[in-house]
Design a protein. Structure first.
Length: 400
């Protein structure tokens, strides 16, 4: 009897392992058809826009962008055909997601909030919340092979799956001059499509066009005269009392560095500290602010549902963590562009005391209700409705 039980158990375990590892189609997933008329269009102006200011991806062309767009939205890039890159990076939400944690291929939540992926060609510093990718080319295949997100851990098996379709051999032929599909070519095409997802037409940029250079939001000169009263208040808070620009000073108002912003005293998610102990726990990449009004919820774990909650946190909710960024501490005086890593900022200990790094005092902004309302009004000027409605960024697959 025991032998029979062991045999049954072995069969069950073997079946489970086989089901978890075999790269097969899920026949229960509704099929979608690739609309070639929607896909194969002219992307030249989008390529040129992305390359404006000197950014460029060698060899980027219409055929490679079209292929990358198909790959980006194709559920076949997940192990069981349930999710695509576009499942977690939705155009209407600024290519972020509108939930704290996106669902992976088995319906299990991803570990972190999905960040927007526009303007990556002009990003400053590393990518992902924990900075584990240094380039767009390195970034694109990581979610596909992730065991929670898309599940194709044996990435070398993906080309054969795509070769079995009735559309990818020709798309790869058009893009690379050969129908042979490789992981490298998949990554290159995805990279080229994401490269052209560019936001450059926010209201703030329209107002300050003469101050605009490349793919950079320029907030360092005279404020646009067309700002409303509330927007001008928010602009002044962003650069002044709120010291937002101490951290958000990159090309897309992202950070040039990483930061522990005092979200917690004890971090379950160690952030960059899990990869590089020298960074300390709770250190995360400083996100961009383009289209920030569209990309809620906020922070690496999506804990804040609204911009009001984010501003209230920075106003009076910062925790005195031992690794708290100097820019978040009482007595910080901004030294200029880029904060402590790009300027000469210093900590002036409060009350004339000595900063011996044993007592951390988080900075309070003490913003008035009017200043908070103004700050939100200014952040809303960074929304680019052209990007979120551009049809050539949209899903080319149609339900059958």
């Amino acid at each position: 009897m025991k032998k029979i039980s062991y045999a049954v158990a072995l069969v069950v375990i073997t079946s489970i392992l086989w089901a978890c590892t075999k790269d097969v189609d899920n026949n229960e997933v509704p099929t979608r058809k690739l609309d070639m008329a929607t896909l194969q269009v002219d992307y030249t102006d989008l390529i040129n826009t992305a390359a404006f200011g000197g950014w460029n991806m060698p060899g980027t062309n219409n055929a490679r962008v079209a292929l990358g767009r198909a790959l980006f939205y194709d559920n076949k890039l997940s192990l069981n055909n349930t999710v695509s890159c576009g499942s977690c990076h939705k155009q209407q939400f600024g290519f972020a997601d509108n939930v704290a944690f996106s669902d992976g291929f088995k319906g299990v939540n991803a570990l972190r909030n999905s960040q927007p992926i526009n303007n990556i060609s002009s990003f400053s510093g590393s990518l992902f919340w924990d900075g584990r990718a240094d380039s767009l080319g390195q970034l694109v295949t990581m979610p596909i092979s992730n065991h929670i997100e898309m599940g194709f851990e044996r990435l070398e098996n993906l080309p054969a799956k795509l070769e079995a379709t009735d559309y990818y051999p020709q798309l790869f032929q058009d893009a690379f001059g050969t129908s042979n599909i490789t992981v490298q070519k998949i990554g290159t095409a995805l990279r080229d499509f994401i490269f052209i997802i560019t936001s450059r037409n926010s209201r703030f940029e329209q107002m300050s066009n003469s101050q605009f250079a490349g793919n950079t939001i320029n907030i360092w000169t005279t404020p646009p005269t067309d700002l409303t009263g509330f927007e001008r208040i928010g602009f002044d808070v962003f650069l002044g009392k709120g010291q937002c620009s101490s951290c958000h000073s990159g090309n897309n108002l992202e950070g040039w560095d990483a930061s522990n912003t005092g979200l917690d005293l004890n971090y379950t998610d160690k952030g960059m500290g899990a990869i590089n102990p020298n960074m300390g726990e709770g250190t995360f990449r400083v996100p961009q602010l383009r289209n920030i009004a569209l990309t809620a919820p906020y922070m690496h774990d999506g804990r804040f549902k609204t911009l009001e909650e984010v501003i209230d946190f920075y106003d009076h909710g910062v925790k005195p963590h031992a690794n708290l960024d100097p820019r978040m501490r009482e007595g910080w005086q901004d030294g200029g562009f880029g904060g402590p890593f790009g300027g000469d900022g210093i900590i002036v200990p409060p009350n004339g005391g000595t900063d011996d790094s044993t007592t951390i005092v988080p900075r309070k902004l003490n913003l008035t209700p009017l200043e908070k309302k103004g700050l939100i009004a200014f952040l809303n000027t960074l929304t680019d409705y052209t990007m979120v409605t551009e049809q050539r960024y949209s899903n080319p697959f149609k339900a059958e």
